[in-house]
Design a protein around this ligand. Structure first.
Ligand SMILES: NC(=O)c1ccc[n+]([C@@H]2O[C@H](COP(=O)([O-])OP(=O)(O)OC[C@H]3O[C@@H](n4cnc5c(N)ncnc54)[C@H](OP(=O)(O)O)[C@@H]3O)[C@@H](O)[C@H]2O)c1
Length: 252
């Protein structure tokens, strides 16, 4: 059966991806993956007519990834769309943040995403797609979110290269680069109006719109999606202006 798999589906953008996928691919089965089972069940209840499977899994552990691979091997789903959305950030200087947490950020945002792409393609066919959730943070390195912005630079670059590799198989890869959104991300990253002028002043994106438009574009074979004119302009500027100048404005 055609299947859509969404990581980080227990909250925020992942939950919006579920709603978007139900609208765009109503005939599919939906696998909702994250650590908090009760929150995944809440997500599933949003569209009660959809055929869902809750997969409780810590994607940042060896055993979690092995269990997920075993599930794929046992079920052999026809993956129509794989949405690599699970991820987190932390605000603060590298010297001040917990070193293990920063390593875990690289591991989940980059390592897990890479592993899951490698596994997912085994179950994909012509017309399938991967959506990798990156960020506008990938355009220019962000002081005070150095590790996070670097992980997202990896996601954007990796997605472009993987897209070329998978073109002959007719499988598309899209990188989505949202600006800030009101999700649990902010609390997890310890971002407040008081501790970041950048996050206080930047315009926020609508997660529902980001999810729907990026998945729709991925299914149409597009490579990239960012929303809001300001962030589209920022992306172009980041390609033209030297990063040592841009970083003065990109500090979180
Ligand atoms: N919000 C923003 O401003 C913003 C902007 C640009 C890009 N993004 C990106 O958007 C994506 C979604 O974030 P969000 O804004 O929706 O934040 P969120 O509400 O905190 O969602 C993060 C999701 O990742 C899951 N997750 C975290 N660690 C996990 C692990 N070890 N194993 C499995 N799942 C895990 C969480 O589920 P559990 O806790 O239940 O495991 C949660 O469902 C992230 O990749 C983020 O970097 C966010």
């Amino acid at each position: 059966m055609d299947t859509v798999i969404i990581t980080g589906a227990s909250s925020g953008l992942g939950r919006e991806y579920f709603k978007a996928a139900v609208k765009l691919l109503p005939e599919c089965e939906f696998w909702l993956v994250a650590r908090r089972k009760e929150k995944l069940e809440e997500t599933a209840r949003i569209c009660e007519n959809a055929r869902t499977r809750v997969v409780e899994c810590d994607l940042d552990s060896e055993s979690g990834l092995e269990a997920f691979s075993s599930l794929l091997a046992a079920e052999k789903p026809d993956i129509k769309a794989f949405i690599n959305n699970a991820g987190f950030g932390k605000l603060g200087n590298v010297a001040d943040l917990d070193a293990f947490v920063q390593r875990d950020m690289v591991s989940l945002n980059c390592g897990t995403l890479t592993y899951l792409c490698a596994e997912a393609v085994k179950y994909m066919q012509k017309g399938s797609c991967i959506v990798n959730v990156s960020s506008i943070a990938s355009f220019v390195p962000n002081p005070r979110m150095a590790v996070y912005s670097s992980t997202k630079a990896y996601v954007t670059a990796f997605s472009k290269a993987l897209r070329e590799e998978l073109k002959p198989a007719g499988i598309n890869v899209l990188a989505v680069c949202p600006g800030p959104m009101h999700t649990e991300f902010m609390a997890v990253a310890h971002i407040t109006d008081e501790n970041s002028k950048t996050f206080r002043t930047l315009p926020y994106c609508n997660a529902e719109e980001v999810a729907y438009k990026s998945l729709a574009r991925a299914l149409k074979g597009k490579a990239f999606y960012t929303n809001k004119a300001l962030y589209k302009f920022y992306r172009v500027l980041a390609k033209l202006a030297p990063h040592n100048i841009m970083m003065k404005f990109a500090k979180c």
